[in-house]
Ligand binder design. Structure first.
Ligand code: ADP
Ligand code: MG
Length: 390
């Protein structure tokens, strides 16, 4: 892997660095309810501060269609200031005269934090004009926002036309961790669940030759049950899943590696949780978790793995009666990953589920990315990594 790393650049002193981070944290009534992305970004920021850079930090927040107070990055700047224990000056614009003037006044080691990049349509459109405006006052571009590297957007893609570019420390670690999945120590066991097969199918297609087993769960598995002709009742399925599932089953080598749940937990028409064989699901049932026999089966594979990659909950773990499959798998992976296997976990809900087990520290790498991780492992386009990492 060739990474154009921040660490290779010798002289940041007094240079204006445009640092693209992903601080897209969940907010509720203007309050940050989770700050692990900001914490994960501290390493690069501290590195650049002590190297004497004049640091211009920018992120997106949510997917605003126009400027709106609820999407302002101001609370993120405030949280960064607290975590960093250093001044962070928020500028209520991403480009323009106020930004330019603030940058001119900066001294080495100082930080300004820009308003939401996505208040500008040019960001979404990868517009070179907007990218040029972002780059206008900077000397160097640093991308530490791995989670948006699958997007062709101005601050992760077009901006590189105008500035020498390199990878931030978090981005470097993210790519390094995923490389361990692409060149795994075997057995490699991949665990995939969650919803929306479309986002997960490329990863299965690309990685199956390297994997020993691909354990499936969550709503994803329902598509396979349906394809096999089982009743899935009111369970969540993707309408357009048949084509990808058919492709998987036709590919004998791939099909042999796919392990489906051998029992499921359904919510029946009375609202009770019941364990059933997948072939016995009734019309009024809703499959919401994998069952205990599936957990023991998956445990056997996880306990033999040298490399583990997990994305997507095994069930609707947000409902207490249907959390057990997901939490059991999270604990199994964390236990195995603590020294005996290399374990990586990614995806918004997947990481939230892991946190419920309080076993985060046992996992080798918790990705800040969901979509970007799936795209990278699935061999998709990563415009944010061009010129930065191969
Ligand atoms: P991640 O964000 O970790 O990538 P996904 O977005 O793919 O994961 O999916 C997570 C969501 O899938 C969870 O909110 C969970 O409730 C839901 N889910 C998982 N299994 C089921 C199921 N059997 N039925 C309905 N929803 C499910
Ligand atoms: Mg999700």
């Amino acid at each position: 892997m060739a990474i154009n790393s921040l660490k290779k650049i010798k002289n940041f002193h007094n240079k204006v660095v445009f640092l693209r981070v992903d601080f897209n944290e969940p907010l509720k009534n203007g309050k940050i309810i989770e700050d692990h992305k900001i914490r994960a970004g501290l390493e690069s920021i501290k590195f650049l501060m002590s190297a004497g850079a004049r640091l211009v930090i920018a992120t997106h927040l949510g997917e605003p269609v126009k400027q709106a107070a609820a999407f302002s990055t101001k609370p993120l700047a405030a949280r960064l200031k607290i975590l960093l224990k250093a001044p962070v000056k928020f500028i209520p614009q991403a480009v323009g005269s106020t930004v330019n003037a603030a940058i001119k006044k900066m001294k080495p080691g100082e930080i300004i934090f820009l308003e939401n990049l996505r208040f500008h349509q040019g960001e979404y459109d990868n517009d070179p004009k907007f990218a040029k405006e972002l780059a206008a006052n900077a000397d160097i571009y640093v991308n530490d926002a791995f989670a948006v590297c699958h997007r062709a957007q101005a601050s992760v893609s077009a901006i590189k036309k105008y500035l020498p570019s390199c990878a931030g420390l978090l981005l470097e670690q993210e790519v390094g961790a995923l490389q361990k999945i692409l060149k795994p120590k075997k057995p490699l066991v991949i665990i995939i669940g969650g919803a929306k097969i479309k986002t997960k199918a490329p990863l299965i297609s690309k990685l199956y030759p390297k994997a020993n087993q691909i354990l499936l769960g969550g709503a994803l598995a329902n598509n396979f049950f349906k394809f096999q002709g089982y009743e899935v009742g009111k369970s969540l399925v993707d309408d357009d899943s048949a084509a990808s599932v058919k492709k998987f089953f036709k590919n004998k080598k791939l099909a042999a590696k796919i392990i489906l749940p051998i029992d499921v937990v359904v919510k029946n028409k009375k609202g009770e949780a019941r364990v059933k064989k997948p072939q016995n699901v009734a019309k009024d049932d809703r499959i919401l978790d994998i069952g205990p026999a599936s957990i023991s089966l998956y445990a056997k594979y996880i306990k033999k793995a040298q490399t583990l990659a997990w994305n997507g909950p095994m069930g609707k773990f947000e409902e207490p009666s249907f959390k057990h499959g997901t939490l059991a798998v999270a604990r199994l992976i964390a236990s195995r990953a603590s020294g005996r296997a290399y374990g990586i976990i990614g995806g918004g809900e997947t990481v939230a589920a892991l946190k419920l087990t309080k076993m985060e520290e046992y996992v080798d790498w918790i990705s800040t990315a969901g979509g970007a991780m799936l795209t990278y492992l699935g061999g998709g386009k990563m415009p944010g990594l061009d010129k930065i990492a191969k």
